[in-house]
Ligand binder design. Sequence first.
Ligand code: SF4
Length: 199
Amino acid sequence: MRLIEIFYSIQGEGPAMGRPATFVRLAGCNLTCEGCDTDDKPALELSVPDVLGSLQGNRVVITGGEPTLQMEPLSELISLLKTQEKEIHIESNGTNLIPEEILEKINCAVVSPKRGSDFHLDFWAGKKNVHLKFVLGKAPWCWTSALLEDLVPSLVKERVWIMAYGTDQDMPGARVAWDLALHLGVNYSDRLHIRLKRR
Ligand code: SF4
């Protein structure tokens, strides 16, 4: 698998916020969101057994980049994690469907659709183990309040999260995201790793 890094930390955002996990960060993405540094990082090649040997704890977050670009080794990794009874999380931009037999092995998939991309909302919204995380902000790939006011009412609110864009420690957009989440009756996500300057 092509990876950027593997590290042990605490999930800073989304439904598992505050929980410790090993992060397996895969290299490469099919989108080019303004401000994303994914493709600037050097990639390394590791076998699936090597990845398994690098894990700490019982929870694994597979992230990227876009993990679904490496579907074959990704499927192998998820299947082996399942046999080891790990708690499996994945983060994706939603543009590639994960086969049903692999998706059902995942405890929690967080799909963060990017505005203007083909993110298969109907597929993801119908899955009970999938949470939708919308990033609110001014960048072209981010969502506006008006767009989310139209989109969110058709979704299961318990599995929708609104998070502010930004990497400034004081998170200047957080209050707007908080207020919109409250108004729409959905979840607010902070970015604890940004506030605490951790990865
Ligand atoms: S989808 Fe995620 S990883 Fe890909 S370019 Fe956008 S922000 Fe970066």
